[in-house]
Design a protein around this ligand. Sequence first.
Ligand code: ADP
Length: 525
Amino acid sequence: MLMLPDFRVRQRDFLLEISRAITSQLDLGEVLRRVLHASVVMLGGQMGLIALRAPDGWFYVRAIRGLDSSLISKLNTHLHDLTTMVKEGADSDAFNEKLAEMATDIDPEVQQSVALPLVFANEPLGMMIVFRTYRSVATANDMQVLQSFADQAAIAVHNAQLYESINHERMRLEAILDQSADGVMILDANLTILRFNRALERMTGRDAKDVIGLHQDEVFEWEKLEQGDLQSAIDDGWPFTLAASDNQGTPLYVEGDLKRPDGLKISIGITYAPMFTTDGKITNIIANVRDITNFREAQEMQNTFISVVSHELKTPVAIIKGYAATLSRPDANWNPDVVRETLHVIEEEADRLTALIQDLLTASKLQAQRELQLDLGEVWLDEVVRRSVERFSTQTNKHQFVIHFPADFPSIQGDETKLRQVIDNLLSNAVKYSPNGGVIEVGGEVTDHLVKIYVSDSGVGLTKEDQGRIFERFYRVDGKLSRKTQGTGLGLYLARAIVEAHGGMIRVDSQPGQGSTFYFTLPRH
Ligand code: ADP
């Protein structure tokens, strides 16, 4: 007798168990364990294995019973040989011989092995092998029962494999979504948030767990919108616009400034892409969100640059043109003093133009992240200050300059031309931004490690907010005075770059209406 006496009763139980495995289990490992258990018991065996075909076409052990896991690599080698034989068209005798060899190799006690192919839709999925320590002959009916059992097992394995691969794919997509540098959000047809990836959490300052389930408008609170938002586009018929006659829908782009819960403001651009059911209803909307704050700032900077440059260049050019035209009038006969004075103005304005162009070049170099080049030498800052004050005092009669330096003010190592530019800028600002005149104090202090230069005026002063921004490129305080005062907003930006290139720092103390004190420190050595 091949089977145990109560086999026919068991056979039904086992088949039932397998169908339960098929319907109730989607975990591949668990399906394999149940199928193997049923097979080994049903065949009255002691050991068994299930090998599944991998994408590379070879069979690998995926479940064992009654065998030690240290045997797995040996088993895989035998499976490899068996597969090669089948591929080369070996007959069943040769196959059985090889199978017997495999059996003795793993356990000399094994007398018989039964191999059952697991086939689904004519595709070999894998094979089951059961090992027995005794011999017995199978009837045609037994083999038929066994094969139908193997076929059911193949269905279970196939389902579990499908489920596993879908699960893998889902996890892969989730990982891609989470690792994406762009913000990604998935909405349902009612604009409720279903997914919110990590980049979007960072961008918006909101946690995915807090926003999932909310309507997207509760999360995207616009401070400023370029055109309409998603809801208004939907009210206008989006995504079923004329251009979308192919039923794919056109993506919608929404751009604006967003209010974050922490008060930060960011500019973002969202592309909404609709997904449809086969009968044309929206199932989901995929939103791709980009932080365009830097882009916007760059655009704004470019606009400022163009307006500053055109304004600041126009004035001296107009002066030069006017004076030169006057001098060259054929009907006039200018006396030499007027000619000299006029030429002096032309020269001054040309110098201003040169300085302005130089500032723009330096600023653009700094913008390209290149270090400021310093031409180092010994610099007596007190002397530099005195000479600058002398020049400035000839240009104003509303201001009095007072200079304080200790007698033994030391020299430092630095770039004299650039440091003079810093001092000139501070002095020029002190004059420009104290339109009612007053005292401008300039001086120096010294400690063991550093020297400090300050310029103090009694002018319009600065708010705390502006104090934080005046060292930015092109930043000018927005006010009546700035508007009628010439300037590019580059002076302090360059001053800071120069001081920092020397290893120092520049600061301001000020209160609106109370004047300002700008000071910078430089290391002595
Ligand atoms: P600008 O060419 O506009 O003077 P700066 O970079 O030198 O550029 O200064 C930036 C802005 O800082 C100025 O536009 C002005 O609004 C403000 N500012 C600079 N110095 C003073 C000062 N001494 N008192 C008040 N405001 C100042």
